[in-house]
Write a protein that binds this ligand. Structure first.
Ligand code: GAR
Length: 212
């Protein structure tokens, strides 16, 4: 019997965070199993990575759904069919509906390329985050892994890792430095959940102990 924490990874882009999770699982540093890689973009690099590693992969194209909730229902059908226990957003560029977040209380986590609550919320994604950090003259940035609730980039923080912002930085160089920390942070957070250091709610009535 396999007691490893079963993950569904949702990704819209290149999927380097997904790759770091795959690598950590394959090398035995992370006790978990990926039971679904789902993308809303049929050509996403994340899907190529899933195929290369023999992982179950799925495309759910948001453009084919007339509402966010119908799209999210399809995601949930796959996630439930694959019996995933934890949903990891790995650069998933769709805002999830309350239907979805309420369906998985305490069981969805996200990685964000800044130190939340700063530089989070609607409009702060990918390079836009790093551009805003540079424009504000911050000396420190980093990444945040957090639980997902109904509000964008808002749920309880699991952990953060920091990087310096250098005077010569561009959004690209800062993004690269932050991304390296993301690759460490995400597996670290999943490990904490897999080891039971954070409680994952199993249904709406389960009290959630989300704080460290
Ligand atoms: C990552 O930097 C992640 O933090 C960011 O998208 C990138 C995906 O990279 N996510 C967000 O901005 C969500 N608000 P990847 O596809 O190489 O993992």
């Amino acid at each position: 019997m396999d007691h490893k924490l079963k993950l569904a990874c949702l990704a819209s882009g290149g999927g380097t965070n997904l790759q770091a999770i795959i690598d950590n699982i394959e090398s035995g540093r992370l006790e978990a199993r990926i039971v679904a890689v789902i993308s809303n973009v049929s050509g996403a690099g994340a899907l190529t990575r899933a195929q290369k590693h023999g992982l179950p992969w799925f495309v759910v194209n948001n453009k084919e759904y007339t509402s966010r909730q119908l799209f999210d229902r399809e995601l949930a059908d796959i996630i439930d069919r694959q019996e995933a226990q934890l949903i990891c957003l790995c650069g998933f560029m769709r805002v999830l509906s309350p239907f979805f977040t309420d369906h998985y209380p305490g069981r969805i986590i996200n990685i964000h390329p800044a130190l939340l609550p700063a530089y989070g919320g609607k409009g702060f994604y990918g390079h836009k985050v790093h551009e805003a950090v540079l424009a504000s003259g911050e000396k420190v940035s980093g990444c945040t892994v957090h639980f997902v609730d109904q509000e964008v980039d808002h749920g309880p923080i699991i952990l953060q890792r920091t990087v310096p912002v250098l005077p010569e930085d561009t959004a690209d160089t800062l993004a690269d430095r932050v991304l390296k920390e993301e690759h460490l942070a995400y597996s670290q957070a999943i490990s904490m959940i897999a080891r039971g250091e954070l409680e994952i709610g199993t249904n709406k009535n389960t009290p959630l102990k989300m704080r460290l």
